[in-house]
Design a protein around this ligand. Structure first.
Ligand SMILES: NC(=O)c1ccc[n+]([C@@H]2O[C@H](COP(=O)([O-])OP(=O)(O)OC[C@H]3O[C@@H](n4cnc5c(N)ncnc54)[C@H](O)[C@@H]3O)[C@@H](O)[C@H]2O)c1
Length: 440
């Protein structure tokens, strides 16, 4: 089957590469000439483990190509995917649909034969109907269907998530479109990965409901963590005990510095906005958004305490700034709230992140980027583990503590323990939802 994929970001590129690996002929289109240039040279513009090899394999097999020219990509395609960004609209929290609607108009202007226009971008309920109207208006004689196919992949594990999904959701309005969707995902359904066919609105809602639920689960355990610190409980033990309950499950129960990333912050805001527009306030989601902001700010207070009450004149080594490990994505990362507060408070901040510098340089002004965590900690007053990259999970804590002027650690991912920190010679250690210690 021939497919055109509009947008070669985290979702479009991974989806395009994986569909080509299923055996489909895929042409990926982007408006950004720099990205297309890189892709044509065989370079991957984002950091996603395993993507470069899978891309090279399918380009070599002649099933995958890249272009700036939408018309040629669409020619003969049975499905055209829209996988462009839907960032938060300035001012009201709504998803900005400018890019989706622009892509829909371009498809309408260039498509000649029957095609299924599949929205993979995360879009508010009703958007697929809007896409349909937009195409109909621009090209009244075109035969086409729309389909909603929200994506659930996680950055850092995107290929595995796409190839081995818990489920694929396909919202359709016609049998013809359902047939195309089933054909596209046949390699998965043959291996018993479920393809759930729904109406358009339900498919759109599933994505927002799923993300809001996961954001709620993380925020819930983060709030419990704050209480654990006051009552002397250990949130790691609490999570473990809770997660063993089959009705709860152990995923998304790791306490940390607050959720961030390209999806949860914007999707929770968009869901809250959709609720307001329909006079059905999403009160739980609205509270989650507020509590998550408070949690991020609570981290700043924690760090301030470890610096003796003020950041002024302190040197702080920040290990990890991407919103999670194994990605270069900095969108809405907790680091974007925490690091500016340290810099603004007069601290010298050294940042070490295996993939974050390229994106992070513009977003975190006034910091020094250092590749080696031990060099970053040299003569520092505080080391902070903010993103749990593998590189920071197995640090030689003794070596780290020895390099520091004041061996204090904030472990905002609960990678280490009080025992580890004391044994290594740290004089103060704090983490999330567990008792820390401070030498008098
Ligand atoms: N990133 C994730 O982990 C993730 C997971 C699930 C769903 N989603 C959703 O998928 C969508 C895409 O997210 P992303 O992270 O891949 O975005 P992104 O910003 O990384 O990529 C979007 C790409 O689309 C291109 N583009 C925009 N308009 C275009 C046009 N008219 N023609 C051609 N190219 C165009 C941009 O140049 C960019 O390369 C969003 O709606 C997001 O919510 C993202």
């Amino acid at each position: 089957m021939k497919i055109a994929m509009i947008g070669t970001g985290y979702v479009g590129l991974v989806s395009g590469v994986c569909f080509s690996d299923f055996g489909h002929d895929v042409v990926c289109v982007d408006k950004d000439p720099k990205k297309i240039d890189m892709l044509e040279r065989g370079e991957v513009p984002i950091y996603e483990p395993g993507l470069d090899a899978l891309m090279a394999k399918n380009v070599e097999a002649g099933r995958l190509s890249f272009t700036l020219d939408l018309a040629s990509a669409i020619e003969g395609a049975e499905a055209v995917f829209i996988a462009v960004g839907t960032p938060t609209r300035r001012g009201d929290g709504h998803a900005d649909l400018t890019y989706v609607m622009a892509a829909a108009t371009e498809i309408a202007e260039m498509a000649k034969d029957y095609v299924v226009v599949v929205t993979k971008s995360t879009v508010p309920v009703g958007t697929n109907r809007q896409v349909k109207q937009t195409i109909k208006k621009a090209n009244p004689t075109l035969e086409f269907d729309v389909a909603s196919n929200p994506e659930f992949l996680r950055e850092g594990a995107a290929i595995d998530d796409f190839m081995r999904p818990d489920r694929v959701v396909a919202g359709v309005q016609s049998d013809k479109a359902a047939d195309v969707m089933n054909e596209l995902y046949r390699p998965l359904s043959l291996r018993d990965f479920p393809v759930v066919v729904t109406d358009l609105e339900s498919a759109e809602m599933i994505k927002y409901a799923a993300n809001a639920f996961l954001a709620t689960k993380i925020t819930f355990i983060n709030e419990i963590a704050a209480l654990c610190e006051k009552v002397g409980a250990d949130v790691k033990q609490v999570s473990k005990g809770m997660g063993m309950d089959g009705r709860i499950g152990d995923k998304f129960l790791h306490a940390g510095p607050g959720y961030g990333g390209s999806c949860f912050p914007k999707d929770t805001k968009a869901l809250a906005r959709i609720g307001q527009e329909h006079a059905v306030p999403m009160q739980i989601t609205e509270t989650v958004i507020t509590v998550n902001e408070e949690i991020k700010r609570r981290m700043i207070t924690k760090l301030e305490d470890l610096c003796g009450g003020s950041f002024n004149g302190k040197t702080i080594a920040m290990l990890g700034v991407t919103f999670k490990p194994d990605t270069d994505d900095m969108r809405d990362a907790p680091a974007l709230t925490i690091v500016p507060a340290l810099v603004g408070g007069g601290a010298k901040v050294r940042v070490c992140d295996p993939q974050g510098q390229h994106e992070g340089e513009a977003l975190l002004p006034g910091v020094h980027w250092i590749e080696d965590p031990y060099k970053a900690a040299q003569n520092a007053d505080l080391v902070v583990v903010l993103t749990e990259w593998n590189e920071f999970r197995g640090l030689n804590l003794k070596k780290l503590a020895n390099k520091m002027a004041v061996p204090h650690m904030a472990d905002l991912r609960n990678v280490y323990s009080v025992k580890d920190a004391k044994r290594a010679g740290f004089e103060a250690y704090d983490s999330i939802g567990r008792m820390g210690f401070m030498k008098d």
